[in-house]
Design a protein around this ligand. Structure first.
Ligand SMILES: [Mg+2]
Length: 229
């Protein structure tokens, strides 16, 4: 499915790829409308409908991921509200072994998320991600999202990865397509980002519902120099 002999650098999305997207879906689709309705006095049905239409309008744009934007728009302390349901923040069960194998095999591992720096901090506080990944990047520092060509250009300038030897893993098909258009050669989709929903059928990219079957190949094609060399 993937040619691990060619892959030196692995760029990883966070939400839905390493962490269960159930937290984010629950927060934005259930908890935030509920708390907004309680605090502002509008009905829950209206709060849900209004937010869904605003989400759809901002889909893929930096504001959609920006906690400052939503805090201002709704006059609510978004990070505090997230903390109310933060017990739902969890790593996918197959991820620790996947990240360990990537690290053991000597590959460069970089987290590249559209999540706001405050969302990233909360997730690092609640999970062990930082234990496995040395470089953690929120695209907010570049002012553009992974959906945009400009982001990939800026990211490549920063990290110096080569398109031909880089794997990018994400659960968003529009984002994978943007990376493909930029020229990233190896792409992998996550078909089951939310543990509470059914896996999707993905035909556009190689896709997994579990990283475990990849481990053997990752380790068989280690990038570490052995003494025999
Ligand atoms: Mg994602």
């Amino acid at each position: 499915m993937l040619d691990w002999a060619q892959i030196d650098t692995v760029l990883l999305d966070m939400d839905g790829t390493l962490l269960d997207l159930h937290f984010d879906n629950h927060f934005w689709l259930e908890h935030l409308p509920l708390r907004w309705s309680e605090i502002s006095g509008i009905s829950l049905a209206d709060a849900k409908a209004q937010l869904q239409s605003e989400y759809a309008e901002l889909n893929g744009k930096i504001q959609w991921y920006c906690l400052d934007y939503w805090g201002e728009r709704l006059q609510l302390p978004i990070t505090e509200l997230k903390r109310e349901v933060m017990d739902k923040i969890q790593m996918r069960p197959d991820v620790p072994a996947f990240l360990t194998a990537l690290k053991q095999s000597g590959r460069d591992i970089v987290l590249v998320t559209n999540a706001h720096p405050d969302s990233l901090s909360l997730k690092l506080e609640r999970t062990d991600l930082a234990k496995y990944i040395d470089t953690l990047i929120s695209t907010h520092e570049f002012g553009v999202t992974k959906e945009s060509w400009a982001l990939w250009q800026k990211l490549q300038q920063r990290l110096g990865f080569k398109n031909d030897t880089t794997l990018f893993v994400d659960d968003s098909l529009p984002i994978l397509t943007a990376a493909q258009n930029f020229g990233i050669k190896h792409l992998l989709a996550v078909a089951n980002p939310d543990s509470q929903q059914h896996a999707r059928t993905i035909n556009e990219f190689p896709a997994i519902t579990d990283y475990t079957p990849l481990l053997q190949d990752i380790l068989a094609h280690s990038k570490l120099r052995t003494t025999a060399n």
